[in-house]
Design a protein around this ligand. Structure first.
Ligand code: SF4
Length: 321
């Protein structure tokens, strides 16, 4: 397979998911090609076992009480700006591998018994509904554990595969499902991310089913606003999202990601990040003109808006997932 073809192939496959789900409500299998010996040309999927799963959602210096779980190590969406490579320090090419934590549900079952109830965020360093989830169902099985123990959940994905689990998500006492949309919705920057239109369709479907939704507009790359924001905000209003969080691209503390961005796009981070705060203000003002809620208070499961208790909001408004 020639360079670039893999990303296109996976992206196109994923774009079929929402249509498949329109026709088949609960089960489908996505077959992925694996090349175990050539990670440059194919996807390398590895089954691994983890010893811990439930972690505090730490973000810089900010203390937090929420949790995050990452069911996968690596992400096949392969976004060129992703900060996760800087967190997991893996020599393999970002986007070409994924380790599936096949024992995650049983580890979570043990950990959750000792945990104080709070929001569990899926996920901070991988997409919980990337293509391999169709086969392994580790995200679904972890949701079943969280439901059993009545923990609130905050999901963030770029994949309509989340529609598969609507039945389960609807049974949670508190659940929010979010889609990430960046200002660079283009295969150059997001080689294997499902099309924006399929994410908008999925948001509508979730709302039609009574699931509260939100959008993380991130990363916003100040010099690369390729997504038509007027069009997008109008659509988001139409599909009735509850909240939108805005996150600028940041490379501070994410050196590996900065290098990857330059290597893969040819663009220097210093050049694309100028006017960051002004751009953020302009995007916020535009979102509010479309009457979209940028406060993110609906993402706070305690419904308390004190500084200490709205930390999940501040995480999401600063991060680039
Ligand atoms: S930004 Fe999110 S979806 Fe993109 S590669 Fe990173 S973890 Fe995956």
């Amino acid at each position: 397979m020639r360079k670039g073809e893999f990303g296109k192939e996976v992206s196109e496959t994923l774009n079929c998911i929402s249509e498949l789900l329109e026709r088949s409500s609960s089960t489908f299998i996505l077959e992925m090609r694996t090349e175990q010996n050539n990670s440059d040309k194919g996807v390398k999927i590895r089954e691994v076992r983890c010893s811990t799963l439930l972690h505090r959602l730490n973000f810089g210096e900010r203390p937090s009480t929420e949790y995050t779980i990452n069911l996968f190590r690596g992400c096949l969406h392969g976004c060129t700006y992703c900060y996760a490579p800087s967190l997991i320090h893996d020599d393999r090419r970002w986007g070409s591998y994924v380790d599936v934590k096949i024992n995650a549900p049983s580890i979570l079952e043990k950990e959750i018994r000792r945990a104080k109830k709070n929001v569990v965020f899926l996920s901070s360093a991988s997409d919980p509904y990337q293509a391999v989830e169709a086969r392994y169902k580790v995200t679904r099985r972890c949701l079943e554990v969280l439901k059993k123990h009545d923990f609130p959940i905050l999901i963030l994905t770029r994949s309509p595969l989340v529609l598969r689990d609507i039945d389960l998500i609807k049974r949670f006492g508190w659940a929010r499902v979010g889609f990430s949309i960046s200002s660079v919705s283009d295969p150059i920057y997001e080689p294997a991310v499902p099309k924006l239109e399929s994410r908008l369709k999925a948001l509508r479907r979730l709302n039609d089913q009574g699931v509260k939704t939100w959008v993380s507009l991130a990363p916003i790359v100040p010099k690369l606003v390729l997504t038509n924001l007027d069009w997008l905000f109008k659509k988001l209003k139409e599909v009735r999202i509850s909240a939108i969080s805005l996150g600028l691209l940041r490379f501070n503390g994410y050196e590996q990601s900065k290098v990857m961005f330059k290597e893969r796009t040819g663009l220097d981070s210093g050049n694309v990040l100028i006017r960051s705060q002004e751009t953020l203000r302009e995007v916020r003002a535009l979102a509010e003109r479309y009457d979209l809620d940028t406060s993110c208070s609906s993402l706070n499961w305690t419904q308390e808006k004190t500084k200490e208790n709205s930390s999940i909001d501040s995480f999401l408004s600063q991060g680039n997932r």
